[in-house]
Design a protein around this ligand. Sequence first.
Ligand code: GLU
Length: 186
Amino acid sequence: MCGIIGFTGCLQAAPILLNGLQKLEYRGYDSAGIACMSKGGITVSKAVGRIDNLRGITNNGSTINSTMGIGHTRWATHGKPSDVNSHPHVSMNGKFAVVHNGIIENFGRLKEILISKGFKFQSETDTEVVAHMLEYYYRDGNILHAIARTMNAVEGSYALGILCDDDPDHLYCAKKDSPLIIGLND
Ligand code: GLU
């Protein structure tokens, strides 16, 4: 079990993500991370341990200038708690960042296929296959197609928050058998 959060709006995202993660920390707390869409691309910050460690390295989020991002507090199912295994996970070309609650049951097979196509893995997690598959299926430049194809390929449970560097105005999510709530205001 873990907690994921995403935010897009007019306010600075990182402090909102950190406060949200703190509220979700009861769901898991071996490591945490956030990815924010900034002018220069996606900025990822990760830290092993409690959310306070992530607060520390980002000065409570004030070092990140961004109004959209995703965050994760992890309770590891695949791969030990470590900086490299903590979420968000990023695709090989850096275009996609992903946070995931759940388990990708067929990640081993998908990993083999992706490795045969030249993808290189950094982590021991099941989640990293999602980031690379998004990149693989994004060849036609259609983000929704890439997400739909990836969701068709994965088996298991997931709630996912997804950022794509090419689309700084949209935050994407997908779910199956893991909880996800979308809140909207003006
Ligand atoms: N299966 C993923 C991992 O081990 C997500 C675990 C979680 O839900 O915290 O990284």
